[in-house]
Design a protein around this ligand. Structure first.
Ligand code: ATP
Length: 226
């Protein structure tokens, strides 16, 4: 059950402050409650971190995995993506040992296009009985049916939507069960950060310090490189 004030965790079809699914209050020790927050993280930013921490707390998750896409196929068709190894290093730096948040390279190791359905299958095989929660921003939520094997994504995990500024109200396709967790809205995106770096504008404060340091040291996102 949601740990936050009930009004902050609610189901899709009712204003009533009750979850649409009956969730165990805490892990029973054998089964874990695992959040899967996938992204390109190019670069990771404070919005990502806040979401992982807030959803983990609100839903009493044992851990939230920041799953770095090896080949974010819906994006790599349109722009060049920073090598996965660099994005993994930045995400590790961003997490910086935050309790309950971990970095996963499962999609990088698997190779090929990064399909969440495959990741959920791998996690289910590794931890039978674990309860999986897929965390998506409201912008991504409305496109879930464009993902590979969307039925598997829907059926293998509870979908958790967080609002994204400017894309509020985006929800999964009709008939797709989900929860909404309120998180503090941070108007930050990786694409704006890349633009800022290329334009010579500041990014400190929008990304963890270690991430800003890496971007500077590696000269990532400089003009002409994105
Ligand atoms: P880009 O701007 O390059 O598209 P992004 O900022 O959306 O990148 P991703 O790594 O692609 O970052 O996002 C991973 C997930 O995080 C997606 O589900 C996205 O909706 C969500 N997300 C990212 N930033 C925010 C934010 N500020 N508020 C809410 N959700 C966010």
């Amino acid at each position: 059950m949601c740990r936050k004030p009930l009004a902050n965790c609610y189901g899709p079809d009712s204003d009533a402050p009750t979850g649409v699914r009956t969730l165990p209050a805490v892990s029973d020790g054998a089964r874990e409650r695992i959040g899967i927050f996938g992204g390109t993280f190019d670069p990771p930013h404070m919005g990502h971190l806040v979401i992982a921490l807030e959803v983990g707390h609100a839903l009493s998750l044992d851990r939230v995995l920041l799953v770095v896409a090896g080949d974010p196929w819906q994006k790599s068709a349109h722009r060049s993506i920073t090598p996965a190894v660099d994005r993994l290093v930045m995400v590790e730096a961003a997490v910086g040992g935050a309790a309950g948040v971990e970095v996963s390279d499962i999609e990088v190791q698997r190779g090929g296009p990064s399909y969440l359905a495959d990741t959920l299958a791998d996690l289910a095989a590794a931890g039978p009985g674990d309860e999986l929660f897929v965390i998506v921003g409201s912008d991504a939520a409305q496109g879930l049916d464009t993902w590979e094997h969307p039925d598997d994504v829907r059926d293998r995990a509870t979908t958790v939507v967080v609002e994204r500024g400017g894309r509020e109200g985006g929800r999964p396709p009709a008939g797709w069960p989900y929860l909404v967790v309120d998180v503090p809205a941070l108007d930050v995106s990786s694409s704006d950060l890349r633009r800022r770096v290329a334009a010579g504008e500041p990014i400190r404060g929008l990304v963890p310090k270690m991430v800003a340091d890496i971007i500077e040291a590696q000269d990532l996102y400089a003009k002409g490189k994105t």
